[in-house]
Design a protein around this ligand. Sequence first.
Ligand SMILES: Nc1ncnc2c1ncn2[C@@H]1O[C@H](COP(=O)(O)OP(=O)(O)OP(=O)(O)O)[C@@H](O)[C@H]1O
Ligand SMILES: O=C(O)[C@@H](O)C(=O)CO
Length: 428
Amino acid sequence: MTLAAKISLGCIADDYTGASDLANTLTRAGLRTVQTIGVPADDLALPEVDAVVVSLKSRSIEAGLAVSRSRAADQWLRSRGAGHVLFKICSTFDSTVSGNIGPVMDALRADAGEGAVLVTPAFPETGRTVYQGNLFVGAVPLNESPLKDHPLNPMHDSNLVRVLARQSRTQIGLVDLATVARGADAVRARLAELAAKGIGAAIIDAVFDRDLEAIGLVAAEHRLSVGASGIGLGLARALVSTGNVKPARAGGETGTAVGGPAACLAGSCSQATLQQIANAERVMPVLHLDPDRIITGGGEAQRALDWARPRLAEGPVLIASSATPDQVAALQARHGRDAAGHAIEQAMADIAENLVKSGVQRLIVAGGETSGAVVDRLKIPGFLVGVEIAAGVPVLHSVGGKADMQLALKSGNFGGAEFFADALRLMR
Ligand SMILES: Nc1ncnc2c1ncn2[C@@H]1O[C@H](COP(=O)(O)OP(=O)(O)OP(=O)(O)O)[C@@H](O)[C@H]1O
Ligand SMILES: O=C(O)[C@@H](O)C(=O)CO
């Protein structure tokens, strides 16, 4: 990849929807941003940018692999001049006792020679706030939110100091909201105090965007931070306010229209996605896949394609594997959690690949793991960020691939009740 000037901010995202969420936030804050799929190939030509978000699919893989892939991304970003790298995790801190947030943070911290790393998944625009180290999703603590039923990484503890301590080799501290409210100097002093005690990372509270601006100013003076789009916003605003980046027009790429048939694929089982699918039934044909048949090799992807192809000329279609928490639990009990998740993701990738062969150039995918499987199969090297469909979900324009495509990669919990119709209206 050839980048004309050095980049100001490097980002490593642990899934593809999270990467486009962050790329969207950085773009809106005035940073020219590109999202790459994996560590870019050296010959991938891309425009001059301020920030690169390398998308990995490392949230739910074995911790050692997540570490090695994240380190490779970090080395690439540093070699392109990134002085600061943000490790982008989910705003609901999706992870398990074995990782992968802690192990990746530990490795990147050692590589960067960082003292204490600031960590926050706060993203107030989507209702994620952190107080006294506890993560709230809307009005409820994380462990009472729908994330308690997540198919891959159910979250049962809202205290992130505890959660991260279980995953990391370093001690975890807290920078509380009272400190953040006193501004960047107070945060700086508290972080230095923690680092002096040998504490390697601190969860930092944030409830409003102004908190993230103070956090961003301090984080930007360091080499590494960990968090969701909120700290991305803080970092971007810090880079602009300190004159390190000259802000670009903050509207995103308008891109050229691609036209042609459009399709939606949903593999997310979040409450938000289930509601969005129910509402989509009123405006487009919806096919509900049979997950048992996918796992036992019953030709379900072919059935979906046979269903979709004759309908595409009439308008968009939606194909969903999504199910309620009870149905997900029952399926996992029959087939195993990982086997079920993997088989369904690959079926979605088969369907996407064949829909694109049938002419689809506008594709909406719901779910981070699902999006990862689909985008990998389509071999799209990167995206430029277009208009915003909903908080954290932009229209993406493919770059560097064979076909011109527009995609929307929706994080499971994001988007309004009419998300699919909203997206289709903006994808031309
Ligand atoms: N009916 C089902 N039963 C069990 N698992 C399913 C079913 N449908 C989809 N899955 C699996 O559930 C997982 C959903 O994860 P995915 O990351 O795609 O969505 P999400 O977690 O809601 O989104 P995000 O990570 O963006 O918040 C995938 O592994 C998918 O294959
Ligand atoms: O931060 C979020 O919630 C999202 O960008 C995400 O990572 C969901 O997969």
